[in-house]
Each structure stands twice: as structure tokens, then as C-alpha cells.
Design a protein around this ligand. Structure first.
Ligand code: ATP
Ligand code: MG
Length: 383
């Protein structure tokens, strides 16, 4: 099993851009494979075929490929010449080591020059296996073993196991998005979701250091490290927010603090997005989850931004978000203690139905543009 066949799904639909998507996918696969683990990677009839070196670490390779967006599934495969007798023998070699009572052959002819069609290959290989292995039967609906045969280019690839990939589109094919990353459970999942659609996430974290501790910033860096496994080295902006909060604390109605914090976050992140050439922001909001996420408050907060804001988790329940955070690998870090900037100076009863009119009146009393520019200027890029 010295080859890997990677299948992608949606890229195949992108007619004009297909080559661009495929090249990105190949580049991302190359970047994720451990050094010295492969001899070649190339496109063969609509799939990516990796030729591994001897002694490559298959477990590590599996782990890494599961994080490459764009791959719908992949398999460690045995190669054979495009000759039905050799394909039959190779199928036998693979199947004779497995325990099963029922099986089927599932052939796909990617190379139409091969003289037999898929059904004919299934029959010929199936018959051969039935003659060579005792006490087994063909079961097309629910077999215990499936031997896949793919005729692609001038070689055939045979395998029994399909390993699920993460799906989505290759990282770096959908432009840049600034993700507002807090220390909580939700925003890393939101980041994952936009990264999965091919966007490159640029992370923005607001902190109230030294009012909040340095460990909370370290926690954010750890979350970014985990997310980097999916998109490679990433930019993280650490943005000082204490001055903004102090001004709001001093001059704005208590009830509106959270809404105002959020509006400033969007304005500051919007400036960073502009600097980075990012065309949208993303947050981990889920409708109605907390006071700042009622429809009225989301609406009053949203108005502060002048670029689109994506909220990939808007329709998700907390339980579903937690489940996804566990799969991504951020959950265990997210639940560590965290001193969040937004928990500073928070009233017991924050507004849940902010009116934009009141918010704007309150904002007029603040030296908004000065605060925004200072926060952008004093932000620290950690990459
Ligand atoms: P999370 O688990 O992502 O913190 P949450 O349920 O705690 O979400 P909020 O604290 O209301 O919800 O935050 C809503 C969204 O606002 C977050 O998902 C994140 O995108 C953004 N956000 C909140 N605090 C910060 C922060 N300190 N830095 C950057 N973004 C933040
Ligand atoms: Mg939070």
C-alpha cells in the first residue's frame, strides 16, 4: 500500500477554476505531509495520487490528511497495471488478508480506454475472488468487505478502506476573513467553519491586559496553534481594548456597555481587515445564546461594521457547537479558565433589546475614532 488516492468533491464542480483549486489542494497536501514521506504527488484523472516513500509514517500521514480541507476521502492503495489479470491478482492479495464472509467489488473506470466497463470489471474480479477464497459470497447491498478498483490514467489503484477527509474547499481559495477570536468555545468553531470553505482566517483577539492576566493571551495563542493545523501558519492580532472599555465605563449608560464593546470590536477589526485585504469578519455568535446575541442586539452591533460579518454558528445549539469543538480539538483549551475582556465592568442586567438610536446617542459622547485608531496602532501581530 505505497500509494494514497485522495478524492475531492466540490472542486470537481468548478469548471473554469478547477486547475486553481487542484493546484492549491496539491500544495496544501505537500505542506502537511511529513518531510521525506513522499516521492511524488500528482493529479491523475480527477484525483490526487501520492506516491509514498518506503517507511513513511502512515499514522502521522493519516492524521494530517484528515485536516486538509478539500479532501472528501482518501485511501492507502495498492497499484496494479491496467490489465484485468493483474487487477484480479492484486484484489486477491488485498482480500486474502481480511476476514469476511460477504464482499463486493466496486470498480470505477476513470480511463475510458480500458477495454472493460465498470460492471464488467466487477464481474471479472468478483468471479476470480470467489474461485480463490473459500466460503464467501457476493453481497451487493451490505457486504462486510468492499474492494475498490479505480482505473485512473495508466494505472489501477485498489483498496478496501476509505478514510473520511474534512470536506470543504482547499485552504487559500476563498480569500481572507478576519475572525474575532475570544477564549470561549464558539469562536474557534466559527473560525474552523470559514476555513473549511477555503477562507484564510486572520485572527483578532481583544484583551484588557494588564487588567486581565497574561495567561489568557497564552490561551489564545494555544487555540491559534490548534487551528493552524488546518490552514498553516496564521496571523494573530492581539488588540489592547482596555482604553476603549474605560472610556465606555466612564461615559456610556451601564446597560449599553456590552453592545458598545462589541461595536468597537467590529470597527477595530474592520480596520485590520482593510489593512490585510480581508473582505469580511466572522464571529462565533449563535442567536439568543447570551444577552449580546439577541436579534435586537446583534442588529444594533452589526450596524457598526462596514464590511460583511459572517456568523457561521448562528443556527447552532450550544451542544452542537461543543461537539464540533471537540472534533476540531479546541474544546479542551477553550474550557480552561479565562479572563475575558468583556467580563470587565459588566452590569448585572445588560440590555437585551438595545435600540440603535440610544446606542448612537451614547457613542457620540465617546472619542471613537481616536480610540479605534489607537487600538489598531497598538495591536501586536503575533505570527
Ligand atoms: P465565544 O465562546 O466565542 O467566546 P460566547 O458565547 O462567549 O462566544 P460572546 O462572549 O458574546 O459569546 O462573544 C460573541 C462573539 O464575539 C465571539 O464568538 C467572538 O467572535 C467575539 N468576541 C467576544 N469577545 C472577544 C474577544 N475578547 N476578542 C475577540 N472576539 C471576541
Ligand atoms: Mg466569550
Amino acid at each position: 500500500m505505497n500509494h494514497i488516492v485522495c478524492h475531492y468533491s466540490e472542486i470537481a464542480l468548478k469548471k473554469g477554476n478547477r486547475q486553481f483549486f487542484e493546484e492549491k489542494l496539491i500544495k496544501n497536501i505537500k505542506n502537511t505531509l511529513p518531510g521525506g514521506s513522499f516521492e511524488s504527488i500528482k493529479m491523475v484523472s480527477g484525483r490526487v495520487v501520492i506516491k509514498l516513500t518506503l517507511n513513511s509514517d502512515k499514522q502521522k500521514i493519516t492524521e494530517n490528511l484528515k485536516k486538509v480541507f478539500g479532501i472528501s476521502n482518501f485511501s492507502f492503495a495498492q497499484i496494479a497495471e491496467n490489465d484485468i489479470r493483474i487487477i484480479q491478482k492484486t484484489a486477491l492479495e488485498i482480500l486474502k488478508n481480511k476476514k469476511f464472509k460477504t464482499f463486493k467489488i466496486s470498480a470505477k473506470r476513470g480511463n475510458k480506454n480500458f477495454p472493460l466497463n465498470s460492471q464488467q470489471i466487477n464481474e471479472k474480479v468478483g468471479e476470480f475472488i470467489l474461485n480463490k477464497i473459500k466460503n464467501i459470497k457476493v453481497n451487493l447491498d451490505n457486504p462486510e468487505a468492499i474492494c475498490f478498483v479505480e482505473i485512473a490514467g495508466n494505472q489501477s489503484y485498489l483498496y478496501c478502506e476509505k478514510i473520511k477527509g474534512p470536506g470543504g474547499l482547499p485552504s487559500g481559495t476563498s480569500g481572507k476573513i478576519c475572525v474575532l477570536l475570544s477564549g470561549g468555545i464558539d469562536s474557534p468553531v466559527a473560525a474552523y467553519r470559514i476555513m473549511r470553505r477555503g477562507a484564510q482566517a486572520i485572527f483578532c483577539h481583544f484583551h484588557s491586559y494588564p487588567q486581565t492576566n497574561a495567561a489568557s493571551i497564552e490561551k489564545i495563542k494555544t487555540i491559534v496553534k490548534i487551528l493552524e493545523q488546518y490552514q498553516g501558519k496564521s496571523k494573530l492580532y492581539l488588540i489592547p481594548f482596555l482604553d476603549v472599555q474605560k472610556e465606555i465605563f466612564k461615559k456610556a449608560p451601564e446597560k449599553l456597555r456590552v453592545v458598545l464593546y462589541r461595536r468597537f470590536m467590529l470597527k477595530i477589526a474592520g480596520k485590520i481587515a482593510q489593512k490585510e485585504g480581508a473582505l469580511a469578519l466572522a464571529t462565533g455568535d449563535s442567536l439568543g445564546q447570551v444577552a449580546s446575541q439577541t436579534l435586537e442586539n446583534i442588529s444594533a452591533i452589526n450596524e457598526a461594521a462596514n464590511i460583511p460579518i459572517f456568523r457561521p454558528l448562528i443556527g447552532m445549539d450550544k451542544e452542537e457547537i461543543i461537539k464540533e469543538a471537540r472534533v476540531i480539538g479546541t474544546y479542551e483549551i477553550s474550557i480552561q479558565p479565562h479572563e475575558d475582556c468583556c467580563s470587565l465592568f459588566i452590569p448585572n442586567h445588560p440590555e437585551t433589546k438595545a435600540s440603535l438610536k440610544d446606542v448612537k446617542i451614547a457613542e457620540k459622547k465617546l472619542t471613537a475614532s481616536k480610540l479605534i485608531n489607537a487600538a489598531v496602532k497598538n495591536s501586536v501581530l503575533n505570527n
